[in-house]
Design a protein. Structure first.
Length: 124
């Protein structure tokens, strides 16, 4: 699970960097053809990262409080994606959006909780 997490994190980072450099303009327009496609993309991509990271850490640290792990991952990812979304205000061709940020937060919460549930939601 941890290798899948690393590969997916690299994939998502690559998408963000390419978008910031302007190389994803055409591909990102396809998402805008679908109603709320951009928001769905944020929800799913950031959510899957949250799921994989939370599940990996829950499996790697079975003696730790699973709720603490899930909340910690959520807060860290929330901070990272808040900074990433805010940074778009300073990048030509990009636009910072509270709706995108909300979709990121929703993905982090939903998929982080799902990882916690699927990994036993055991008591500390």
């Amino acid at each position: 699970m941890k290798w899948l997490t690393v590969v997916f994190a690299f994939f998502l980072t690559t998408i963000i960097i390419l978008a910031d450099l302007g190389y994803m303009q055409g591909r990102l327009r396809l998402l805008h053809l679908i109603p709320y496609g951009d928001k769905l993309g944020h929800f799913l991509l950031v959510g899957v990262l949250s799921f994989l990271l939370t599940a990996s850490l829950l499996q790697a640290h079975p003696s730790r409080d699973p709720a603490w792990i899930a909340v910690s991952v959520g807060l860290i990812l929330g901070f990272i994606f808040t900074v990433e979304e805010a940074s778009q205000a300073f990048i030509r061709g990009r636009e910072a959006s509270f709706k995108d940020l909300f979709a990121n937060y929703a993905g982090i919460i939903f998929f982080g909780f799902l990882a916690w549930i699927l990994n036993g939601k055991r008591a500390p």
